[in-house]
Design a protein around this ligand. Sequence first.
Ligand code: GLY
Length: 282
Amino acid sequence: MTFTIIVHGGAGAVDPSSLETRRQGCLAAAQAGLRILAAGGLALDAVQAAVVALEDNPLFNAGTGSTLNREGLVETDAAIMDGSNLRAGAVAAVSGIHNPIQLARAVMEHSPHVLLAGEGAYVFAKHHGVATCNPDELIVPAQRNHWHEKHGTVGAVALDTHGRLASATSTGGVFDKLPGRIGDTPLIGCGTYANLQAAVSCTGLGEDITRTTLARHAAYLVEQGMMVAEAAARAISEFSAATGSEAGLILVDRSGRTAHARNTSNMPVCAMHADGHTDLQS
Ligand code: GLY
């Protein structure tokens, strides 16, 4: 049985001077996930490890480095999904959490719910040993100075040696959002989705991704027999036609074939495969 992982660092135009460091950040995240897969670990653990690496990298709009809302505060969203059993966990508009993807995993494993938001999610983190922090610790100096440039979302999808697919996505959301705004990332089927056939993670303007249930649609195209590259391109093209908006996605199927598509100028992506092949793009 093969294994593979693909990660993204968010769709959208970025300062060209940061492109290479973003690509390297995606490479490091994919390597973190691949190590788990190569040791026979779960896709779920691999996508979580990859997203933690991206959340901890202040270059990306997730965890540390998240964009600020209209009141200058960080409120994050994240989701994780196990395609083998459709279990999922998510958190929305939560502050003071270093790694929101770990909290999403805790919601999946230790609650009967799929999505917890705001203060309730924070209290849940306290009760389940997920690291909390002063919300200001997630704000990096570059962001205070250039917060209008922050955008994007991070994500990972993987297939493990047991044939299981998983997806994880994490974000600080969109710049200047209203307090309490929740995007596509924690909404299952919108920014994040995995089942027996495909796993998908999206990035882009959350309101439009939500309206088009983009992740579920891309997985549906794979279920209908489309190859992953065509499914990814078709999903983005139909998204563009329906909304005129911007997005990107990554995709993996049950055979370990990976693909990505975007209608934005940039989206750093790194795919790593069992045979050692690495595909790094921006
Ligand atoms: N796609 C991330 C967001 O809109 O929140």
